[in-house]
Design a protein around this ligand. Structure first.
Ligand code: CA
Length: 235
């Protein structure tokens, strides 16, 4: 078991409590701080493995907390925000967060993101098995399976699935997907990604009809998601 320590910086007690409970069920240790101006001291004191940082906080906002923490630590930070328009800044050099989730979010999605960020920031040797729901990929053998049945994917389709499954729930823009897939295919048009996604969906759907696991996020791109649980936390 991981038993990594997650610091939750969130002033809405209900959300913080749900997150803590969910994290503990998932094998993490979790503590809560409700004020931005106490968060930095808390980080210094307890050196958590990852921080979940709400944007709107009393005392000091999440961006300022993130900047302060970055002055002395590279600890992974996932921002929780209801402001989609702030995302580029949050992830940029100025603020330096590692990832974000948008409110409302599902706790399960958030835990998947935490795992992905921890994996990325504490990389294990290459060649992992990644799985979500019925989908599993083996990075060494380049095999992808749905419910144990092997998918016949092109290298581009495999790479796309690999990128999407590495951070479930995260939205990838077409540009980002294109740059991640490059090296396999270089005719750089957004449409290329759309057609790869279309083929990938078709192949997956053959084994799990009626369930759409790759979702189009209008105006942003694509994400991979497997669950239909309730959302929590509208700021
Ligand atoms: Ca808040």
């Amino acid at each position: 078991m991981t038993n990594k320590h997650i610091l939750i910086v969130e002033d809405e007690q209900k959300i913080a409590a749900i997150l803590k409970e969910y994290l503990e069920k998932s094998g993490y240790r979790a503590t809560i701080t409700g004020r931005g101006d106490q968060a930095v001291a808390q980080v210094r004191k307890s050196s958590p493995d990852l921080i979940l940082l709400d944007l709107m906080l009393p005392g000091m906002d999440g961006m300022a907390v993130c900047r302060e923490v970055r002055k002395f630590s590279d600890i992974p930070i996932i921002m929780i925000t209801a402001k989609v328009e702030e995302i580029d800044r949050l992830l940029g050099l100025e603020i330096g967060a590692d990832d974000y989730v948008c409110k409302p979010f599902s706790p399960r999605e958030l835990v998947a993101r935490i795992k992905a960020v921890l994996r990325r920031t504490n990389p294990e040797p290459a060649g992992k098995n990644l799985a979500i729901g019925p989908i599993a990929i083996d990075e060494v053998s380049h095999q992808a399976k749905v419910n144990g049945q092997e998918l016949d994917l092109t290298p581009n389709e495999f790479r796309l699935l690999q990128v999407l499954i590495s951070q479930p729930g995260r939205v990838f823009s077409r540009d980002e997907l294109l740059s991640r897939v490059q090296g396999y295919d270089c005719d750089g048009y957004d449409r290329t990604i759309d057609s790869h996604i279309k083929n990938l969906r078709k192949k997956i759907a053959a084994f799990m009809p009626g369930q759409e696991i790759i979702t189009t996020v209008y105006g942003l791109g694509y994400k991979l998601m497997y669950n239909s649980e309730k959302l929590c936390g509208v700021d």
